[in-house]
Design a protein around this ligand. Structure first.
Ligand code: FE2
Ligand code: FE2
Length: 154
């Protein structure tokens, strides 16, 4: 896939999916945390982690959409090393937040007898995790290496 089409795919498939999923998951996690606050398995703090992820992802995706991707579309391969390295570091931060989500949800496993909202929350966060990992993989390992002069060792 050429880079312009790959960028279109990343934006329409992944950036769009995160923007749609996160507000719903934040609202749902607030509800589950409130209703089940006395349950020993309640994912206490999940809404805060998801909100932080939404904020960090939003500014990250805007940086890609407004600066990096347009430069890539114009084949301006020089001078992209620094912004690419910066965005890679932000991907690492997203990964750290994702691990917090995995821990809080016990790897997206609702407890026995969990209500429909709780189950939907974990199905949704598992989907978010899968999308985000694929998204980061496509950028880190497929797209970014085409534009960085120096080889990046993960
Ligand atoms: Fe992206
Ligand atoms: Fe990214």
């Amino acid at each position: 896939m050429d880079s312009a089409r790959l960028i279109d795919h990343i934006e329409s498939r992944y950036h769009h999916a995160h923007r749609r999923a996160l507000p719903e998951l934040i609202a749902l996690s607030r509800k589950v945390e409130a209703v089940h606050r006395d349950h020993p398995k309640v994912p206490a703090g999940l809404a805060v982690v998801l909100q932080r992820m939404e904020e960090e992802l939003e500014s990250h995706m805007i940086e890609e959409e407004k600066h990096l991707f347009p430069a890539m579309r114009q084949q301006a391969s020089q001078a992209l090393d620094a912004p690419i390295l910066n965005l890679r570091h932000q991907h690492d931060d997203h990964g750290a937040l994702l691990r917090q989500v995995e821990t809080l949800t016990e790897e997206f496993s609702p407890p026995e007898g969990a209500c429909n909202s709780w189950r939907a929350l974990y199905v949704g966060t598992a989907q978010l995790a899968e999308d985000l990992m694929q998204h980061i993989h496509l950028e880190n390992n497929i797209l970014f290496p085409r534009f960085a002069a120096t080889e990046h060792v993960a």
